[in-house]
Design a protein around this ligand. Structure first.
Ligand code: BTN
Length: 258
């Protein structure tokens, strides 16, 4: 457990909780802060995609950590790995829902994506002429959402139906578990035992190991192969059709579900 108290705010409706935290950081916010919204009008996903965030049927929140130095940038993959593990574990313990992680950090319930994670870095100038870094981690979970826009309908899904009370309880559990774990990590980024525990949970929760995947390495042509293992820094090793081992540390893979 961290000694710092994580400040939290609950906003009814906002463009994007990631954007709101960016604004707060640029306006001088100096403490870790978590903002939750009931609805986002311009929820952002990775690679310029939007994240559908209708009123009340999901949980949309972002965590800001104003950093003392920029060394933490070496660990940004781990920040999203940790977030994915923390969400999956909380969903299992608090709601009995068994979700899996599709590398790198999308969370699936069977064949549908129920949660996405977007980590961003933001910089501001400090009075002595240097710059300060803020890391923002945004997480969106579709809980009872069913009416997805057409473009995401084939892949997006929700966790299922919950009473209002059960849904609020679940949201609270997620916010406190994920918020606490992110705060702990940013305050103890070199805690090897903590990292090993998260990585071993990540490997257990992964839905890609042993599966056929398609991927692009460094923007080159599409390749196919078998996902072999996850390394300690969160990267994925894939064996291509020629038997070569390829290490992926960013980008997307396409998983062949059959
Ligand atoms: C993805 O799957 O591409 C990432 C989706 C991240 C969505 C969350 S919802 C809360 C936070 N605010 C945003 O605008 N995006 C993230």
């Amino acid at each position: 457990m961290s000694q710092t108290v994580l400040k939290r705010e609950h906003i009814i409706k906002i463009d994007s909780t990631n954007e709101e935290l960016k604004r707060r950081f640029l306006a001088g916010e100096s403490e870790p802060l978590l903002i939750r919204a009931d609805e986002q009008t311009a929820g952002k996903g990775r690679n310029g995609h939007s994240f559908y965030s209708p009123q009340n049927t999901g949980i949309y929140f972002s965590f800001l950590y104003p950093c003392k130095d920029e060394k933490i940038l070496e660990d940004t993959i781990f920040v999203t790995t940790l977030s994915a593990v923390s969400v999956c574990r909380t969903l299992r313990n608090a709601a009995g829902v068994d979700t899996k992680i599709k590398w790198i950090n999308d969370i699936y319930l069977q064949s549908k994506k129920v949660c996405g994670i977007l980590a961003e870095a933001v910089y501001r100038e400090n009075p002595s002429g240097g710059r300060e870094l803020g890391i923002i981690v945004g997480i969106g979970i579709n809980i009872s959402t069913t009416d997805f826009p057409e473009d995401v309908l084939p892949i997006a899904g929700g966790l299922g139906a919950f009473s209002e009370e059960a849904m609020e309880k679940l949201k609270e559990e997620i916010l406190s578990e994920v918020g606490e774990e992110l705060l702990y990590f940013f305050e103890h980024p070199k805690d090897r035992e903590f990292r090993d525990k998260i990585l071993s949970e990540y490997r257990e929760m992964s839905m890609v190991i042993g599966k056929q995947v398609s991927f692009y390495k460094d923007g080159e042509a599409e390749e196919k192969g078998i996902a072999k293992r996850i390394l300690d820094d969160g990267s994925l090793v894939v064996e291509n059709r020629e038997g070569a081992l390829i290490v992926l540390n960013s980008g997307e893979i396409h998983l062949h579900m059959d």
